[in-house]
Design a protein around this ligand. Sequence first.
Ligand SMILES: [Ca+2]
Length: 458
Amino acid sequence: MKRVLSALYAVLLITAGMPPSGAEELSPSASLLGNGGFEKGLEGWVFRPGDASQVALVDGGSDRGQILELNPDGRLLGVETSHVILGEQIDPAKAYKVQADLKSEGLQRGIFAFSMYCFDAEGKTLKQISFYPLNTKSSAHDWRQVRGSFGPGTSNLLPEGTHSIRIRFSFYEDNANCQGQVSVDNVVLKSFDPPRREGWPKEITADVGDLQVRFESRSFWTLYRIDYKQTRLGLDRWGSHYGSVIKFPGVGFIGSGHTENEDEQILELSLWVDGNPVQDPPPALKAEKVRLLKKSRIRDFLLTTEIEIQDNQIVEDVRLIAEKETPVDLIYHFMHPWTVTATDFLAELPDGSRVEGAFEGNRGQRIDQAVRWSAIYDASTDKGVVTYVVDVPEGDDWRTRYWDLPDRYRKHYFTTFLNRSVPADKEFHYRVRNIPFQADAKLWHKVATQLAEQIKDN
Ligand SMILES: [Ca+2]
């Protein structure tokens, strides 16, 4: 089975002309930074603020040579490259990848960030772009390669007027009492070609009946907006991801828009508009029916994801196979960052009983159990969405959650494989149907229930 699947995906890989961007390893020698591995001590690095008493150059063994140990010791500390000038060292028309190996002994006070700063011609800070933050709750970890990117085609566009950038490792605490230790090695800055489908735009906005959705390339082609009757239901804000993501123990999230560890690799991408395959999709289209099919890889997982929009409904379908047994912290499918103004939720459990309540912005996980269907309602717009669970694997331990987060969203997660291993070579199939609706606040329970009953009967 495994061999067959591997062969199948090898064929897809070739026919799809898959870009190697996700798996590309950056060799430190190709870096624009002359001393990213600290073999020349602190040459090319400056303190802002701090001094040499807060760092140590340590022998990291034959593979690493020297490493830089950062220990703020109760003061602020920032270690960064000198100015890298746009139009000189880097080309503003190109995308760049920034990468570092980090080891954390943990933080006792304050925060740490691997980031970059953008400056204008006068040296004034325009923006800080964080690639990898740590706080006092972050677990200590051994060496880990972390990455970010900036420039055209990435999620981090440089602000207008950017004259130079600096790659930075810093500690901060409100009273300057930074406590913790992080080691750094192999810092790399290198141009790269951001993943882009040949002939495909960076985004596709589709008007389908009363729905408008946006498909986003930077999140590896997931939904990125759901509007119903010109009203926003699903957010369009970078960082509030839709789609599927897997959390690996000791690593973190990989999938959807998460690029901090590794990129999801797209193996195949196809779009059908009104039943016809489209080779070169336009950035905006209007249709009766739209279907997006994606085959992708997240480490040893192969995912086949379909999104189909017609008749004012959005069907999402995922088939997941692990090539080898793989422990995970959890897997999220069908994420939906519903508007933070959503006021209420309702769900029908498998035994037919109901769960209902109001969102309060209390950071809690609402419902958090298996459901036949669930719904949110936004009283400020008289609109809501029913999410009907059409298909789940038999005997699977899964749950529907709404994260009740103030000032951000009421985010829907279909959660599965909580602290478990995914067995090898078994297909796990999940399918949900999202039905937006408009209803008076007094009637919304009834309207949502009727919509769910109609699906159940079909
Ligand atoms: Ca080194």
